[in-house]
Design a protein around this ligand. Structure first.
Ligand code: T1G
Length: 689
């Protein structure tokens, strides 16, 4: 056999074991020996049944994503499954860890599937801008029914073993030695004379399928696609399983797959898959991480409470500190309410809620943080306050405790200097709501110790966050580029664009919402406070704030929110304010087109990203993409601002930035040298080392 596929015998049962660390991806060097093994075993007279299992921590986690975009090397997964379905003896997939994508499709090619109690099964191809290309869209509905298959494939969300058993996706769930029990299961199928039919021939779950209900659900899901092609293709291919003969539906699935895999959206989403993993790797794999057993959080407000929940959700005991008993009780009550909402929604069990709440300890005494291994503050965003907090932490925290700040903008070097242990200080910039948003900017200060940094990055991953290491500058990576993206917003309004027009350009681009809706949601007073702290002004936004219009929380901002509604309605007062301010400045409004809005918002943002790379605030362009997709909702189908810049074309971006620089003289349009180098070379990787 081969190093990647081996065959052993357990009586009349042959066990085929795939061993391709780290996730048993179905690389060519696995597919070839796997095909050979199956063909041989199919015709072996003394082999009564076949079990397919995997070594290591998981069953097959899918096709080898690194092979996409290259010529297909036969046998491909479809050929292997086709052979599997010709085997006239029971075939059993023994699933542990995760069976994802092509891994689950391989298992669907077997007559039976048995799973370990902790296994998870799914078809997440949609998250790569694809659809299951190994028959998953036509086989899964035959086991779990069209509606469940539709939801699983369009969401890409795996299900656990218990749900898979209930749905008919697996035939048995075992604890303990999975392979031994799979062998026993296979033997029983032989001795018991159990009928075994290939999934492709099982049509009972399709017969009488309610196509109207299917189409209704598919239409609902399509509304969330926001311009992504894969979710639509997934739904179409599952629908074909109902309406077309198996082979025809399989052929259309292939056509849809080939179209998607060659498209920009899938390239963008595959870029992000590897970019997220690259971002989480920090230099020096052999750095010994510090042990984190208990976390302290200072501040039980919106951010502090969310951060505390993020750690509790990851299983960490949390000491939550506030300045007063009232503030502490208020914070803990909000946390309990948030968990209760999750229970009511069915996304959290009552037991899990109780377990998480039991992880919390409240205090108003800094001394109670002495047993914490990492302490993070989420106090008022003012340097003096941060320095005072860190001064006090320095006095009480145990040796080698990591002292983290959640600051969104401020200089972490200055904060670290207020302690005697700058080597233990790091930034951990969560995004609100901290228990939900994936992005965590890990700010590496000048004197942050490598093991402190490595510990923070690993801790981020352990609590389910997407960490990106960034350097110290005002706003780090995300907020610094957000400022660049918004720097022309007021000018565009004064020159004739409306908030709804600009927001529409953003939502048409694929953003969940535009900058003005986002401002109203977050609260216009946050930006107002920031501008005042930096001596900056924004005529329209400042006036709105001076009048108490902070956005949703006050019922009006750039939009009106009637009777507590969260749905934005045009605000005639804002339109009048814009006209008045424009008149004051002698600006004659004009029609402003979509292209101009993109050139004056997204292009400066890319230019700022190039400057961030030049200053080594981000280690690589793909890190910037990870920040923007996970922290600000940049459309995944465009791969993040820097990937999208490649799609848009460096020369085009430079040409327009030069145009606006000439016309306005504004520095945000002055093209960064690295952007010119990228345009010349065609890739950030070539120029940003
Ligand atoms: N192909 C290639 N490399 C992969 C891979 C894959 N499918 N999955 C993971 N890796 C690498 C990853 O880049 C990292 O590498 C290492 O393995 C550990 O991964 C035909 C078309 C399984 C839940 O989308 O969700 O099948 O950084 O850090 O956190 O229809 O990996 O160490 O060099 O993520 O423990 C469908 C993708 C593919 C599943 C494990 N399958 N993988 O998470 O480890 S398309 C997927 C995951 C397909 C068919 C279609 C996760 C995991 P490095 P990791 P983890």
């Amino acid at each position: 056999m081969s190093n990647f596929v081996s065959v052993t015998r357990e009586g009349g049962v042959a066990v085929v074991t795939i061993d391709n660390p780290p996730v048993n991806a179905l690389s060519f060097h696995v597919r070839e020996p796997l095909m050979q093994a199956l063909v041989l075993l199919r015709d072996e007279p003394d082999v009564a049944a076949i079990v397919i299992a995997c070594a290591g921590r998981t069953f097959v986690a899918g096709a080898d994503i690194t092979e996409f975009g290259k010529p297909v090397q036969q046998p491909d997964l479809r050929a292997i499954i086709a052979v599997l379905e010709t085997i006239a003896k029971p075939t059993v997939a023994a699933i542990h860890g995760t069976a994802l994508g092509g891994g689950l499709e391989l298992a669907l090619g077997c007559h039976f599937r048995v799973a370990d109690t902790g296994a998870r099964l799914g078809l997440p191809e949609v998250k790569l801008g694809l659809l299951p290309g190994g028959g998953g869209t036509v086989r899964l509905p035959r086991l779990v029914g069209p509606l469940k298959a539709l939801n699983m494939i369009v969401s890409g969300t795996p299900i656990d073993a218990a749900e898979a058993l209930a749905a008919g996706l697996v035939d048995a769930v075992f604890d303990g030695d999975l392979v031994a029990q799979a062998v026993r299961f296979a033997s029983e199928m032989v001795t018991g004379g159990e009928p075994f039919t290939p999934v492709c021939d099982r049509n009972d779950r399709l017969a009488g399928a309610d196509l109207a209900a299917f189409d209704k659900q598919a239409a609902e899901l399509a509304k969330k696609a926001r311009g992504l092609e894969a979710p639509i293709a997934c739904a179409q291919s599952v629908r074909n399983a109902i309406t077309l003969p198996f082979d025809e539906a399989l052929a259309v699935e292939r056509e849809l797959f080939v179209k998607l895999v060659g498209g920009d959206q899938s390239r963008a989403q595959r870029h992000l898959f590897f970019a997220e993993r690259e971002a989480a790797k920090i230099p020096g794999k052999d750095i010994v991480r510090r042990r984190i057993a208990r976390v302290g959080v200072i501040g039980a407000g919106t951010m502090g409470g969310g951060i505390a929940m993020a750690f509790a959700n990851g299983g960490y005991p949390v000491t939550l500190l506030e300045t007063s008993r009232e503030a502490l009780e208020r914070g803990l009550a909000t946390i309990e309410k948030n968990y209760a909402v999750s229970v009511a929604r069915g996304s959290l069990s009552e037991d899990a809620k109780r377990q998480r709440l039991d992880l919390f300890k409240g205090s108003t005494d800094y001394g109670d943080l002495a047993d914490c291994d990492l302490i993070i503050e989420a106090v008022f965003e003012e340097m003096a306050v941060k320095r005072e907090v860190f001064g006090r932490l320095d006095a009480v925290a145990k040796s080698r405790a990591i002292l983290a700040t959640n600051t969104s903008y401020l200089d972490v070097n200055e904060i670290a200097a207020s302690t005697s242990r700058p080597q233990d200080v790091v930034g951990m910039h969560f995004f609100s709501p901290a228990n939900v948003m994936k992005l965590l900017e890990i700010v590496r200060a000048e004197r942050t110790a490598p093991d402190a940094l490595a510990t923070a990055v690993e801790l981020a991953r352990r609590i389910g966050k997407v960490p990106v290491v960034v350097g110290v500058c005002h706003g780090f990576v995300g907020n610094r580029m957000l400022a660049a993206r918004g720097s022309e917003s007021e000018a565009l309004l004064l020159e004739g664009a409306t908030p709804q027009q600009i927001d529409q350009v953003f939502t048409d681009f694929g953003w969940p919402m535009g900058p003005f809706q986002m401002g109203d949601l977050a609260g216009l007073d946050i930006g107002w406070r920031n501008r005042k702290a930096r001596g900056q002004t924004a005529a329209i936004a400042d006036t709105l704030c001076e009048q108490g219009h902070f956005g949703q929380k006050t019922g009006s901002g750039f939009y009106r929110y009637e009777n507590g509604s969260r749905t934005p309605a045009p605000n005639p007062e804002v339109e009048a304010l814009i006209r008045d301010k424009a008149a004051e400045k002698g600006i004659a409004p004009r029609a402003i087109g979509t292209e101009e809005i993109i050139e004056r918002t997204l292009y400066p943002m890319i230019n700022e990203g190039a400057k961030i790379l030049e200053e080594k605030i981000a280690a690589r362009a793909s890190d910037i993409d990870v920040v923007w997709v996970n922290g600000y909702g940049f459309p995944v189908g465009k791969g993040g601002p820097m990937f999208w810049a490649g799609l848009e074309g460096g020369d085009k971006i430079i040409g327009r930035l030069d145009h606006w620089h000439e016309r306005t003289g504004k520095d945000i349009f002055r093209v960064a040298p690295l952007l010119r180098q990228m345009a010349a070379s065609g890739s950030w990787e070539d120029v940003a080392s």
